[in-house]
Design a protein around this ligand. Sequence first.
Ligand code: SAM
Length: 266
Amino acid sequence: MRIDIITIFPEFFDALDISLIGKAKQRGLIDVHVHDLRTYTYDRHRTVDDTPYGGGAGMVMKPEPWGEALSEVLRDSDAVHEQDTALSQVEAGAEPDATCAPLLLVPSPAGTVFRQPVAHEWAEEKHIVFACGRYEGIDERVIEWARERFRVVPFSLGDYVLNGGEVATMAVIEAVVRLVPGMVGNPESLVEESHSVAGDALLEYPVYTKPAVWEGREAPAVLLSGDHGKVARARRDWQLERTSQRRPDLIENLRTARLSKHDVAT
Ligand code: SAM
């Protein structure tokens, strides 16, 4: 998978060299290219923002550097040949071919909230590009222009406002790259976890390790019993209890999914 990131803070992404993502880079499972948006400015101050048309507080990211940066990513892409196909389709009035246009992810509190099933979909992609906004965001014409060249998805990390798209981009990269085949040693660990798509998307049960007693607190005896059936039942109970307490919406989703499955079956 190739990942391009366009940002005014390239140093944010130094952290991609550590831990599992760093290993994925070393093993060639992902190929990451970070681009400084200010490279595509031509004034002394390397300006990327300007005052908003129509007035109001804050600044807006100018379209020209974004157009140049995104065009360069398209040119540089390993899929350059496939891009040509996508562009000629656009020129012929068609939408970009979903199988070859890169996926352009635009972090925004006004985007669709990113969730685990989407992480699985994006883990199948060949080329993902992140456009990290700052200030009040990117001039909307960039998004319109990009829709003719990329598959564009504005995504939100959650219902709150960050200062920039970098943290949201890091979070998505981490969630997506761990699902790329070959990344996680034991793929079973991806099934037995919170929000698991292969499971029933509830929260994970609490986990314990040695020592058996710590600060006067014992690990649950059932986990030391060696009885796999009992352990599985206890974990299921804890999972349901924790989910009901912390995320009753997930229990409701599961109920609705089961009911509609029943409707389909009958
Ligand atoms: N004026 C924008 C609005 O109200 O929708 C908020 C701009 S925010 C201060 C600056 C940048 O941070 C955004 O362009 C986006 O890249 C990023 N950002 C902020 N909150 C985010 C969130 N919840 N999810 C993803 N990106 C976010």
